[in-house]
Design a protein. Structure first.
Length: 205
């Protein structure tokens, strides 16, 4: 996941400093929310930091392995210094300020099929026969594809916040769920510094 941020973005001093304005805290936190929604809690992480191209102390690129409580393992790359169509806004077209590319952001690989998100293209062997391998034909379908709401997500988020403030509804995301994602981000940052596998803290909330 990534896209190149413009040079003027870093005219603000705190965005250059490690631990404040990098893609881990600015961007990856949202990806962790998405990944936890799809796969459940993250239990451990291992992170490698990429080379700096701008000369700032803040990280630009990280590559990581995530292990989930369910046993799922996955890899993820996050960068704000790459020429890339692989970021959520470009892929989905939900942000009118960012040109749509329609490329996949997540590729989910399973024993019975694979799925690209948000494209929602499903690859699989013959579903009726229930078997297949690398020497048999693989098929795809777009049966899971759905239209994306044309209301900008920031508008929806603001409406939700106002409704919560007015007591009209409960928050869509609880403080506990938000904290869990922050614990994962803390583990990512620690692993980046130590280059060790880090277990995600799960204190009682």
């Amino acid at each position: 996941m990534g896209a190149a941020k413009e040079a003027a973005y870093f005219d603000v001093e705190w965005r250059k400093q490690e631990g404040s304005g990098g893609p881990i805290l600015i961007n990856m936190i949202h990806e962790i929310d998405n990944l936890r929604y799809l796969f459940g809690d993250v239990v451990s992480v291992f992170v490698e930091r990429g080379e700096a191209t701008r000369g700032h102390p803040v990280e630009e690129t990280i590559a990581m392995t995530l292990r989930f409580d369910s046993g799922i393992v996955g890899t993820f790359v996050c960068s704000d210094a790459v020429a890339s169509p692989y970021n959520w806004e470009s892929a989905s077209g939900e942000n009118p300020l960012i040109p749509k590319t329609g490329q996949a952001v997540y590729t989910i690989l399973g024993t019975k099929g694979s799925l690209s998100v948000p494209e929602m293209r499903r690859w699989h062997y013959d579903l009726l026969a229930g078997k297949g391998c690398w020497t048999t034909s693989i098929e795809f379908d777009d049966a899971l594809k759905a239209e994306i709401d044309d209301v900008p997500p920031f508008t929806l988020q603001l409406r939700d916040l106002v409704a919560v403030h007015r007591g009209e509804k409960e928050p869509t995301c609880s403080a506990e769920e938000g904290a869990k994602s922050l614990f994962v981000v803390e583990a990512i940052t620690k692993s980046m510094r130590t280059r060790q596998v880090v277990e995600v803290e799960r204190p009682e909330l």
